[in-house]
Design a protein around this ligand. Structure first.
Ligand code: HEC
Length: 178
């Protein structure tokens, strides 16, 4: 039994060593690795700085300069619309996958909920004013305000609701070397 296990270990190690040597010239796992990463990276300083400026310009008027949301945001307006919720830990932005957050900001609530006529959304779409990369930067800035627990929870939500390829920035703009 021990010999079988040892032989198996040697095969696995040999396989890894070959894969490593191979990766130096050609990296077939690169696309897979990129797919594991969120395009909105709360550790990426440049992305967060760009996102902060865009947030101040496009989002703060409704969602608050410090991501705090509208006053009494949990009470709906009289016409049945929602008030802008906070984007920090106290809200529910972190409940949603990257896919949902990206669609919410790019398409707006009306488009997102077009099959749910009961939901009257007051969240505008920014697809005409922000590029996809800019939307990811705003989301990176929002994520940077979250605690570890909320980040982990949102990462899990994203894992179970995968991002379509066309929502991803090109592989070259991810900062992963060719
Ligand atoms: C005109 C006011 C307004 C502006 C400007 C605005 N939002 Fe919103 N947003 C809302 C409202 C109201 C909601 C509540 C949900 C709804 O009505 O669909 C919302 C909801 C959201 C949600 C969903 C949150 C959740 O937990 O369900 C996200 C994400 C979001 N906004 C991001 C943004 C970002 C990013 C910007 C700036 C690019 C922005 N919003 C600008 C009004 C606004």
């Amino acid at each position: 039994m021990l010999r079988v296990a040892t032989a198996f270990g040697v095969i696995v190690l040999a396989g890894l060593a070959t894969a490593h040597a191979f990766e130096k010239t050609y990296d077939p796992l690169r696309k897979l690795r990129v797919e594991q990463m969120s395009p909105a990276d709360p550790q990426n300083g440049a992305q967060i700085r760009e996102g902060a400026a865009l947030y101040a310009e496009y989002c703060a008027a409704c969602h608050g300069g410090a991501l705090e949301g509208a006053e009494n945001w949990q009470d709906n307006n009289e016409d049945g619309t929602y008030k802008p919720p906070p984007h920090d830990d106290s809200g529910h932005t972190w409940h949603h996958s990257d896919k949902v957050l990206f669609e919410y900001v790019k398409l707006g609530g009306e488009k997102l909920f077009e099959d749910y006529p009961d939901i009257i959304s007051a969240m505008p779409g920014f697809g005409d004013s922000l590029s996809d990369d800019e939307i990811w930067s705003v989301l990176a800035f929002i994520k940077a305000s979250w605690s570890e627990e909320m980040r982990a929870s949102q990462e899990m939500a994203s894992k179970y609701d995968p991002l379509p390829d066309e929502y991803r920035p090109s592989l070259n703009s991810t900062g992963i070397a060719e």
